[in-house]
Design a protein around this ligand. Structure first.
Ligand SMILES: Cc1cc2nc3c(=O)[nH]c(=O)nc-3n(C[C@H](O)[C@H](O)[C@H](O)COP(=O)(O)OP(=O)(O)OC[C@H]3O[C@@H](n4cnc5c(N)ncnc54)[C@H](O)[C@@H]3O)c2cc1C
Length: 433
């Protein structure tokens, strides 16, 4: 089947508008946001979000009946490539993680009441949300080990457990919590998702964990990663999402498109770093010539351009498979781009930083922050190793051992077969000799 990632001219105009808007209205915010609290940030965002709404680009990840634009993954991917250029852009477009993924969960698994109560205000930007799955004590890369428990008690569930890295947990109005409802069930049918209002007694938000990306000890700001103890948190059974044991099924639906958007955002970051690398190559003189005339730097530029192009086409292809053949059909493509894209992101930023020397290492440029951001991409939403393993397993399903374990391409064996196949001709040719 021919691949087609093209979009209509009207949508190209929207992308052009986004490029200018993000560069002129959002990039400047990066330099002052550190001094603002969440209320201040919200005030700056309000008029920007209004412009995005007027343009018809708000919450574009959802279908029209849910208040989104129903664009599909290729268009969303192209939008995220632009939004990725600044960590502050997705929030202006109502598609910031984890709210975007959570709205997809609510759209997919929510009852009409849950949608009215949580999804609609989330999409309107009136509520903030978080997704609370990873635990410090168990391997996030193997969530079948989750220990947080949700026990049914009459019309309620009681949740007990310890989570961390719940992004935006400290500013969220509600948390979607993944908890084990049946420890005896098959591993992928043990867990269930619950909507937990953040002000429920027993939700103890201990801190935002300082990280490589945000090393300062801060609390209650967009992008923080909360450590939370759920201490006998009682919620009505009507807050359960889907049926008991459907947690993993629902989370896969959320993660697949989310990974495409991650990868396209990473390309936006990589492109910005690449532009800085190329700019530096034009003027910095070392050893008698500008960096761009040194072969190593030329290699960096060429390799970066090739890898970004490859990652972009792979990601758009994954998006196109998802749009044309459904989420499940894109499983392998999505795993491929997740680890490949994270590597490209890291390497392009690393080269740009290297080309800037001390300046790149300093906070006078955004490269050091990009570099710290890039490191996490190699393990959140599934570590590289797990995605590689998944790709290799899927590919290997298409192969089987050769008869007698003689490799199919074994030349002596093939030669013997060829002699048999062409026996008559070979005899005639030899006789002519
Ligand atoms: C910026 C950021 C935001 C996050 N946001 C959220 C959020 O909103 N909600 C949430 O619930 N979680 C969130 N997380 C947590 C994230 O999902 C986990 O860190 C991730 O799933 C890995 O789990 P872990 O940290 O427990 O590492 P582990 O599972 O302990 O894995 C550690 C390492 O083990 C190795 N490994 C694992 N499996 C294999 C394998 N099969 N083969 C070979 N090696 C392997 C890998 O090198 C891996 O990096 C976030 C993390 C970061 C960094």
């Amino acid at each position: 089947m021919a691949w087609d990632f093209s979009t209509e001219p009207e949508f190209e105009q929207q992308l052009d508008w986004m490029r200018t808007f993000v560069r002129e209205e959002i990039w400047p915010l990066e330099t002052v946001a550190g001094g603002l609290d969440q209320a201040g940030l919200d005030r700056i965002y309000a008029p920007l979000q209004e412009q995005v709404r007027e343009r018809g680009l708000w919450a574009a990840h959802l279908d029209p009946e849910l208040g989104g634009q129903g664009f599909g993954q290729v268009k969303l991917g192209l939008m995220h490539e632009i939004l990725g250029t600044s960590p502050f852009a997705p929030n202006a477009f109502g598609c910031q993680a984890p709210d975007s993924g959570n709205s997809e969960i609510l759209a997919l698994a929510g009852t009409p009441e849950q949608k009215e109560h949580w999804l609609e205000p989330l999409l309107a930007g009136d509520l903030k949300s978080a997704f609370s799955m990873t635990e410090p004590e168990t391997a996030g890369s193997d969530p079948t080990q989750l220990q947080t428990r949700a026990v049914r008690d009459g019309d309620d569930y009681v949740i007990t457990g310890h989570k961390w890295f719940t992004s935006n947990g400290s500013i969220a109005d509600f948390l979607i919590v993944m908890a084990v409802t049946d420890p005896e069930a098959r591993p992928h049918q043990r867990a269930t998702m619950f909507i937990v209002p953040a002000d429920t007694p027993g939700v103890n938000i201990l801190r935002d964990v300082p990280t490589m990306e945000h090393p300062q000890d801060e609390f209650g700001k967009l992008g923080g990663h909360a450590e939370i103890v759920y201490d006998d948190v009682r919620i009505p059974a009507t807050n359960r999402l889907g049926s008991e044991g459907e947690g993993f099924l629902i989370s896969q639906q959320r993660l697949y498109p989310g990974r495409i958007h991650h990868c396209m955002r990473w390309l936006g970051v990589a492109r910005r770093a690449f532009d800085m690398l190329c700019e530096r190559a034009t003027y910095r003189v070392a050893h008698g010539k500008v960096l761009g005339e040194h072969q190593t730097v030329q290699n960096w530029i060429a390799d970066s351009a090739a890898h970004m192009q490859a990652a972009r086409l792979m990601t758009l292809h994954a998006a196109w498979v998802m749009d044309t053949q459904g989420t499940a059909a894109a499983r392998q493509e999505i795993s491929l781009i997740k680890f490949y894209g994270a590597g490209v992101l890291h390497d392009v930023i690393d080269r740009a930083l290297q080309a800037h020397g001390s300046l790149g290492y300093s906070t006078d440029l955004p490269l050091e922050a990009m570099y710290r951001f890039a490191r996490g991409a190699r393990f959140y939403d599934g570590p590289d190793e797990v995605h590689r393993q998944s790709v290799a397993r899927q590919i290997l399903r298409g192969y089987e051992p050769p008869p007698d374990e003689v490799p199919s391409e074994h030349v002596p064996t093939r030669r013997a077969a060829a002699r048999e196949k062409f026996a008559e001709i070979l005899v005639a040719v030899t006789a002519n000799d």
